[in-house]
Design a protein around this ligand. Sequence first.
Ligand SMILES: Nc1ncnc2c1ncn2[C@@H]1O[C@H](COP(=O)(O)OP(=O)(O)OP(=O)(O)O)[C@@H](O)[C@H]1O
Ligand SMILES: [Mg+2]
Length: 294
Amino acid sequence: MDDPSIARFADYLTEQWFEREDIHNYLEPFSHCLQTVLQDKLYGQHLVLRAVVNHVRAHFENKHPPKALTLSFHGGIGTGKSYTAKIIADHLFKGGMTSPFVHLISASKEFRRKDMIDVYRDQIHNWIETNISVCSRSLFIFDEMDKMPAGLLDTIKPYLDFYQQIGGIDYRKATFLFLSNSAGRQITDFTYKQLKSNVSRESIKLKDMQNIILNQIGNEDISRFQIIIPFLPLEKRHVKRCIQDAMEAREYFISESIVQEVMDEIVFYPQDEKIFTVTGCKKVSDKMEYVMFS
Ligand SMILES: Nc1ncnc2c1ncn2[C@@H]1O[C@H](COP(=O)(O)OP(=O)(O)OP(=O)(O)O)[C@@H](O)[C@H]1O
Ligand SMILES: [Mg+2]
């Protein structure tokens, strides 16, 4: 869509859609609700809670944001990155992940072949431009960013910058979430060191963790555009709550002995101290079903 008048019309339709949804009255309670759900249901991630709620709220309450909101989630397996992305989608769009304005792409599934980079580049351009033409507030979730072939990220960069328009389209109202496991090991090491120095988990500072991640990913260029959100490794107390949630979701009676049996199935490390889970809460449902049926 190169014609600016068509782009303006598309933008107008989007605004109309949001007006119809009564977004200006609807944003305030919805933001509080996002905060409440993250507070109640996302365990052990105080850095995520504050940063996500503030940035999402600021972006969606601003009718003319200066640039697209780009949040980059980093952390180990099962620490809640996809879960948080889903909660954000649920609170921004009717139908959540199934909304026509929410788009999920998995790097390892979609961009497998290194020899097809040019094709992928065109696909990404088309995909972003077409979807933003339909709804300027579109949410794009790029999962497994660490598996994205080198060079493809450059394709997305122009959409994240402060440009007023590219090819007649304004990208600044969009939201991009990048999910990756990169720097997971460094996040864990730092968390471990803090705990060992008697610094509580909740006292870990966002800035410190962001610097550690930045040092690791070493991509100064892209980090200019994105806000880094660290997901800390989960501990026993968090996994217990995940088990209880999984049992509640299946409407099982929650007994302490069953929770403990499931806990016994979960692998913790370091081997001698058993502080953090290896796979976060990712395998909790499977383990819980296994225990219930054995
Ligand atoms: N911090 C958390 N608080 C509450 N539940 C969690 C948390 N982390 C994970 N879970 C639970 O575990 C499931 C799997 O987590 P999720 O898919 O978000 O992991 P992930 O960080 O995306 O992992 P991966 O890097 O492997 O993609 C979630 O659907 C949720 O039920
Ligand atoms: Mg995930």
